[in-house]
Design a protein around this ligand. Structure first.
Ligand SMILES: NC(=O)c1ccc[n+]([C@@H]2O[C@H](COP(=O)([O-])OP(=O)(O)OC[C@H]3O[C@@H](n4cnc5c(N)ncnc54)[C@H](O)[C@@H]3O)[C@@H](O)[C@H]2O)c1
Length: 454
């Protein structure tokens, strides 16, 4: 009898998914959640978004999109035809058949995982839970979060996981700013608590994603996401270290990497830079190293990679200060212009940006005449430790006259819209941390490139 009930709830939900007779809930309407919600709504599936930030809901109500990766007209269209609604009232999650949780997973001041957002949203969802719901956690986290932290909360409803309700982990792979790979064509991994949980989570993801790969457990899915990001962190750290060596021996690291990348197998190019940022590659590895400590295990690669990557803004500060020292100007009077504040090119995301760190380090050293230009970031706050120091506003443009005013111009983020030829032509000295001036023709004697030793 019990197994027939299980079959009935799971197979009823599968049937509803296959016929799109479902309501999707998305908890956390940020870089991950809003594109996901809009994607489902654009397939004609009723979708409700939930967020604790009322200003986001108000924006959506006004038809205003706040995520750069989604088209404004797509948000307006699904909002207007009412396939997508959004609210701060979590009791409406009871209407949803499938609920995705896409809330932040930051670290604490001591770089320990902070899964309180996951716990809070799981509690909010559990408060209105009913039979026949599938919950999919998407926030990046350490292995065991779904089973040991979310499941006890949803189990406390007295509903039985795998029978009355279903629970899975399916990590997000969105790469903001990537024009080739988007939600629909990026394969995704799913691991459920039980085979039915996995089957259902695969089915619902397949409504919007071409390829969905089931794995045996949520822990595999949680860990594979961390592997993806640790892989990037370690490889970026490797080239960042080699860039520093190349600076000493006078070899151009960029040419080294590009020539190595001509090998058609067994090599993948990674490039140096002023450090890593964003909400993923910088933070996620710490989730695993924290967990490893509980098992008396030290994740040496993760720690070393973090150390090298987090030293890069300090390295760039030294590059800038060296160029100031070569000129007849004091540190206090030197004028520095930073080009790009976002953590990577063509995005409006400032989270953990290495460019911001460079600005703060310069400011701490008494180089207070810092300006910046970033078409995506109108203003930034400089901190000293944890305390706020002051606000900087992006200058309006970087025409020839304005570039000439600065003693050092540092390219920290290589936005596509920058006119690199003009930057090289009109600046006294350019510190290029991204090899952005590579394509500028003619003499570039005033360009100091990270990792070429000149
Ligand atoms: N941004 C990316 O490119 C990316 C890529 C892959 C994975 N991820 C992971 O996805 C998760 C979400 O990241 P993001 O970049 O979308 O974060 P975000 O900060 O852009 O969005 C999170 C949203 O959740 C909301 N929120 C916070 N607490 C909430 C709660 N209790 N209930 C409901 N909403 C709540 C916030 O107000 C915010 O709107 C993180 O774990 C991140 O590591 C992000």
């Amino acid at each position: 009898m019990a197994s027939r009930t299980k079959q009935t709830i799971a197979s009823q939900l599968i049937e509803n998914i296959n016929t799109k007779n479902i309501t999707i809930g998305v908890v956390g309407l940020g870089y991950v959640g809003l594109p996901l919600a809009v994607e489902f709504a654009r397939k004609g599936i009723r979708t409700i978004g939930f967020d604790v930030d009322a200003s986001k809901i108000t924006s959506l109500q006004k038809g205003k999109n706040y995520i750069q990766d989604i088209k404004d007209e797509h948000v307006r269209e699904v909002w207007k035809n009412k396939t997508f609604t959004a609210t701060t009232d979590f009791s409406e999650s009871g209407q949803c058949d499938i609920i995705y949780i896409c809330v932040p997973t930051p670290f604490t001041d001591n770089k320990d995982p902070d899964i309180s957002y996951i716990v809070e949203s799981a509690k909010a969802v559990a408060a209105s839970m009913r039979k026949g719901q599938l919950i999919i956690l998407k926030s990046t986290t350490f292995p065991g979060t779904t089973r040991k932290y979310v499941k006890p909360i949803t189990d406390a409803t007295k509903l039985v996981c795998g029978k009355d309700y279903f629970l899975a982990f399916s990590p997000e792979r969105i790469d903001p700013g990537n024009k080739t790979w988007h939600t629909g064509n990026t394969p995704i991994v799913v691991g459920g608590i039980s085979p039915d949980c996995t089957r259902l989570a695969v089915a619902v993801n397949e409504l919007i994603i071409e390829k969905v790969i089931p794995v045996s457990t949520p822990e595999v899915a949680e860990m594979e996401k961390l592997l993806e990001n640790i892989f990037r962190s370690v490889n970026i750290a490797l080239v960042n270290e080699l860039a520093q060596l190349c600076d000493r021996i006078g070899v151009n690291i960029w040419e080294v990497v590009e020539s190595a990348a001509t090998k058609p197998f067994g090599f993948m190019p990674f490039f140096p830079g002023p450090g890593i940022g964003g909400h993923c590659i910088l933070i996620d590895p710490y989730y695993l190293s924290w967990m490893a400590r509980e098992f008396d295990f030290v994740t040496n690669f993760i720690e070393l990679a973090a150390e090298v990557n987090e030293s890069m803004p300090f390295y760039v500060r030294s590059m800038i200060e060296r160029e100031i020292a070569k000129q007849p100007v004091t540190m206090q009077k030197a004028k520095v212009l930073m080009l790009g504040m976002a953590f990577k090119k063509d995005v409006d995301d400032l989270r953990h940006s290495p460019a911001l760190k460079v600005a703060e380090l310069l400011d701490d050293d008494g180089i207070t005449n810092i300006s910046y230009f970033d078409p995506f970031i109108p203003s930034v706050e400089l901190h000293h430790g944890k305390s706020k120091k002051r606000m900087l506003k992006s200058i309006k443009s970087i025409d020839a006259a304005s570039l000439k005013k600065y003693d050092v111009v540092c390219i920290t983020t290589d936005h596509s819209s920058f006119d690199y030829a003009s930057i090289v032509k009109n600046s006294k000295v350019v510190v290029d941390t991204r090899n952005a001036c590579k394509k500028v023709k003619g003499a570039k004697k005033n360009v100091v490139l990270l990792g070429d030793g000149k």
